[in-house]
Ligand binder design. Structure first.
Ligand SMILES: Cc1cc2nc3c(=O)[nH]c(=O)nc-3n(C[C@H](O)[C@H](O)[C@H](O)COP(=O)(O)OP(=O)(O)OC[C@H]3O[C@@H](n4cnc5c(N)ncnc54)[C@H](O)[C@@H]3O)c2cc1C
Length: 363
């Protein structure tokens, strides 16, 4: 029997397992699929909220802590596993921003590197960017990460640990309880018991809690993306324009995202989204019209009010906690969300004040 049973092996469940194991605990990590096949695979991998000044302070706090930890996390994972998550610290341009003043004010208040740059700065670095822009906002320290590789590296690192038991292809059907005390989960392949059960099931977290009459406001928000097979250097940095973005990978591939659709658990892709994403792609980088779209897919983000995740114990149930609802920012918020939670679970002083993320008063 492990100290912790974690339900959901996306970036949140895997990073939480890693933090708990680093703290000396034993973990059973359970997923109905293989690790990192849902939103964590489907995401774009920008290690920053889009338009970060438009978020509430609790999101900024998690993002800032995470951003400073990604460089060494990525390096540690590569050394441990040989799998490179391809963290690129090349910065992010934001073009045609209507609330520039607020952005610059936020950057000063939160000490985030951001400046307004002229067209020569932009076109020198991104010669394929569409014509006609005289300035942009520039955040030089923003990174991107190849999230499917991050998922692989995290899985490898957990598999190597004797303190982790990984149960892939085990669907959790119900939480096991005795007089209000949760003591594990019933899965498609038998019961798994442990000291404390933690729900990190992304968009599905609310569904797992419904039978306990716990109403967690985490809902699926579909996002569709596409990827172009372009030569290295076509785009070098993340570029954000009119709410959409392009993200380059090390091998030249360019992701274009994304839609925001409130359609329940339907994960189908649509021709309408394909056409719209394609239009976005060639409006930002006209030369993308010369290259093939390699793939078009969708994922379900764990949507939550204001994108502030729920991190902590579930009121009314002993032995049950949640870490879910990172919404559009689960990749960037993961290191801080999971370190904070591991600190609480292991009885340590938390790295960030946990109050804003608690479930009490929010569900
Ligand atoms: C198109 C798109 C673009 C995005 N871009 C970015 C970005 O650029 N930057 C960023 O920071 N974030 C981005 N995100 C958001 C980010 O991907 C998510 O916030 C993050 O991956 C959520 O991680 P998670 O571990 O909570 O959920 P998930 O990765 O969805 O993992 C949940 C896991 O729970 C498992 N599960 C569910 N139900 C059960 C059950 N009953 N039993 C067992 N297991 C179960 C699932 O199989 C899954 O593996 C994007 C998302 C999308 C869709």
């Amino acid at each position: 029997m492990s100290d912790f049973v974690i339900v959901g092996a996306g970036v949140i469940g895997m990073m939480l397992a890693r933090e708990l194991v680093l703290g000396g605990a034993t973990v059973s990590l359970v997923d109905r699929l293989a690790c990192a096949q849902e939103s964590t695979w489907a995401g774009g991998g920008i290690v920053s909220p889009l338009y970060p000044w438009r978020y509430a302070e609790p999101v900024t706090q998690l993002a800032t802590w995470s951003q400073s930890s990604y460089l060494h996390l990525s390096q540690d994972l590569q050394e441990e596993t040989g799998c490179d998550p391809e963290l690129r610290q090349k910065g992010m341009y934001m073009v045609d921003v209507e609330d520039e003043k607020e952005a610059l004010h936020w950057a000063t208040a939160f000490n985030r590197p951001m400046q307004k740059v002229d067209s020569s700065h932009l076109y020198l670095r991104e010669e394929n960017f569409c014509n006609g822009y005289s300035s942009a906002l520039w955040m030089p320290e923003v990174c991107s990460i190849r999230n499917p590789r991050l998922g692989q590296a995290l899985r490898e690192s957990l598999v190597k640990s004797s303190n982790v038991t990984l149960y892939e292809h085990h669907e959790v059907q119900q939480l096991l309880q005795r007089k209000g005390i949760i003591y594990g989960v019933r899965t498609s392949q038998g019961d798994i018991t442990g000291g404390k059960t933690i729900i990190t099931a992304g968009a599905w977290s609310g569904e797992l809690l419904k039978p306990l009459n716990v109403d967690l406001p985490v809902e699926p928000v579909k996002g569709q993306m596409m990827i172009f097979n372009a030569p290295v250097g076509t785009v070098n940095r993340v570029i954000l324009m009119a709410g959409r973005y392009v993200i380059p990978r090390n091998d030249g591939r360019i992701l274009v995202g994304s839609t925001l659709e409130f359609e329940g658990f339907d994960k189908s892709t649509t021709k309408q989204a394909y056409d719209s994403l394609y239009k976005t792609a060639v409006s930002i980088i006209p030369s993308l019209a010369n290259y093939n779209v390699e793939h078009h897919w969708s994922g379900l983000r764990p949507g939550s009010p204001e994108g502030i995740p729920y991190i902590g114990d579930v009121p009314g149930y002993e032995g049950l906690a949640v870490n879910a609802g990172q919404f559009r920012n689960g990749l960037v918020l993961a290191p801080a969300s999971t370190r904070l939670h591991a600190d609480l679970l292991l009885g340590k002083e938390p790295v960030i004040n946990p109050v804003a993320y608690r479930l009490e008063g929010r569900i």
